[in-house]
Write a protein that binds this ligand. Structure first.
Ligand code: ATP
Ligand code: MN
Length: 464
């Protein structure tokens, strides 16, 4: 293992001295008087400049093999650098070639590969400066998520990945089965899932919410942070088949408390990353696909009082706007991305919540309002992205919940345990879901969700 990681230089945690360091070669410039290698260990945007005297023992034989992408270990003296833009450089006293990278075939020769190209070589993607920065931010954001909730007394719940209940009561599920697809057992002409591994149909979870509710009804504050799966065949830049979701759930909490929690959560994450990933964010925000001013937008969201719009009000605003929408505006419709973007980018010009949606377009577990038509739902919309959080106050009244399960034609027998929570010590409670990758797109400025998850899963893509 090397003596320090290059991130320590960025963080000013390194003193001049003698060190042994390893990494991959970004560039190697040879000349008569002195050679330079830019070495990266992937821990920071900036690599370290190695300075090599051409007469260094063994160097002239190794030099042709020290090519972009090769791995080397060097020992030398870390000294303050006379060059601009770097604090230190390493005066190399010995160099060892650890792993060659044939320049004829190594795919990351030149700088400036497209993100599409990098998606075809997922196994080499972490070597790219852009993706390296994204994944360092992702790692820090995961820590910040846990820190935020644990500091506030939430219990982290590992919700199951395999489940027999479909949370949303909608389609788009991946089936989990051990039956032989060529010859499944049949009963009355249909596949008999009673014979399957779990004795019933089973699926990959679309959400950990119902399980988080179970824990909130015993431990008061709970959250999940886990992969979720949706088989929706949506080939968009904002949808994945496997994505990570953060779902807090709080007992004795109404919609106002829920909105406050969502606001504080987003604000905390932005501030944490601004502090701990400053160099990575700055690097990404300079990419040519990012509109200038993203950091200012993020910091203003972190300090902002979010506007709150009733769904019905939002519909009136959209109807009155002079903008032509692809999906015509009408009370009762679900807001499409174009409507969300109008509300946040153009009307409010900042982050907002839309609340109290028609019950028909929202899930069965959302609490029915006294008007009998709308539910205590909340979507958080942020500038330049649209929906980032979806949540609600949950229906805590047994009879109302049962009616809604029946009205939506859901299999009642699957929800007996969920209904039980409303029988014994039921409480008003609320929660929301934040798509982790949507959040990462937002802070990094990356335009495609496939570039903020290490191994994106989407239609036609499950390899590597
Ligand atoms: P959208 O309308 O954008 O498809 P949704 O209404 O289906 O979102 P929810 O079911 O409320 O979303 O899921 C909660 C959160 O999970 C969303 O706010 C979003 O951040 C994220 N999310 C939903 N579907 C996906 C997906 N296929 N890929 C990545 N993130 C997703
Ligand atoms: Mn969706």
């Amino acid at each position: 293992m090397q003596d320090f990681s290059f991130k320590d230089i960025e963080n000013d945690r390194v003193q001049p001295g003698q060190y042994t360091l390893s990494g991959w070669v970004k560039t190697h410039r040879q000349s008569k008087n002195v050679s330079f290698i830019e070495l990266s260990d992937g821990s920071a945007v900036k690599g370290l400049q190695l300075v090599i005297e051409p007469n260094l023992q063994g160097y002239s034989e190794l030099a042709p093999k020290i090519t972009t992408g090769s791995a080397i270990t060097v020992t030398g003296e870390l000294v303050e650098s006379p060059a601009r833009g770097q604090k230190y450089e390493l005066k190399v006293s010995s160099v060892e070639l650890v792993g060659e990278a044939n320049p004829e075939s190594y795919p990351l020769q030149k700088k400036g590969h497209t993100l599409e190209f990098l998606r075809e070589i997922l196994h080499l993607r972490p070597r790219s400066n852009t993706l390296g920065a994204v994944f360092r931010i992702r790692s820090r954001a995961a820590l910040a998520v846990h820190q935020f909730f644990q500091d506030r007394g939430f219990v982290h719940v590992h919700a199951p990945i395999i489940t027999a209940s479909d949370c949303e009561g909608a389609g788009a599920l991946f089936r989990v089965t051990t039956l032989d697809p060529a010859n499944p057992p049949r009963k009355e002409g249909k596949v008999d899932f009673g014979e399957d591994f779990f004795g019933c149909e089973a699926f990959l979870s679309v959400s950990g919410q119902l399980q988080a509710e179970v824990f909130a009804q015993g431990l008061t504050k709970a959250y999940t942070f886990a992969p979720t799966f949706r088989a929706e065949n949506s080939n968009t830049a904002r949808h994945l088949a496997e994505f990570w979701m953060i779902e807090p759930e709080v007992a004795f909490c109404d919609l106002e408390g829920n909105m406050k929690l969502g606001r504080e959560f987003i604000s905390y994450l932005i501030k944490d990353l601004a502090e701990n990933c400053a160099a990575d964010l700055e690097f990404l925000h300079k990419r040519d696909w990012v509109k200038p001013g993203l950091m200012e937008t993020l910091l203003s969201v972190a300090e902002s009082d979010f506007a709150v719009l009733d769904y019905s009000e939002a519909i009136k605003i959209l109807e009155k706007s002079s903008k032509k929408f692809e999906f015509p505006v009408k009370w009762g419709m679900d807001l499409q991305a174009e409507h969300e973007r109008y509300l946040t980018d153009q009307y409010i010009k900042g982050p907002l919540y839309v609340i109290n949606y028609p019950k028909e377009i929202k899930a069965f577990y959302m609490r029915l309002n006294d008007d009998g038509k709308t539910v205590r739902a909340m979507d958080m919309l942020v500038p330049k992205l649209g929906e980032i959080i979806g949540g609600s106050q949950r229906e805590e009244r047994y009879d109302v919940l049962l009616d809604k399960i029946r009205a939506q034609g859901l299999p009642e027998e699957h929800y007996d345990w969920y209904l039980d929570l409303r029988k014994y010590g039921s409480t008003p409670h609320s929660g929301f879901g934040l798509g982790f990758e949507r959040f990462l797109m937002y802070v990094t400025g990356m335009q495609n969700i496939r570039d903020v998850i290490p191994f994106p899963r989407y239609p036609g893509h499950a390899r590597g």
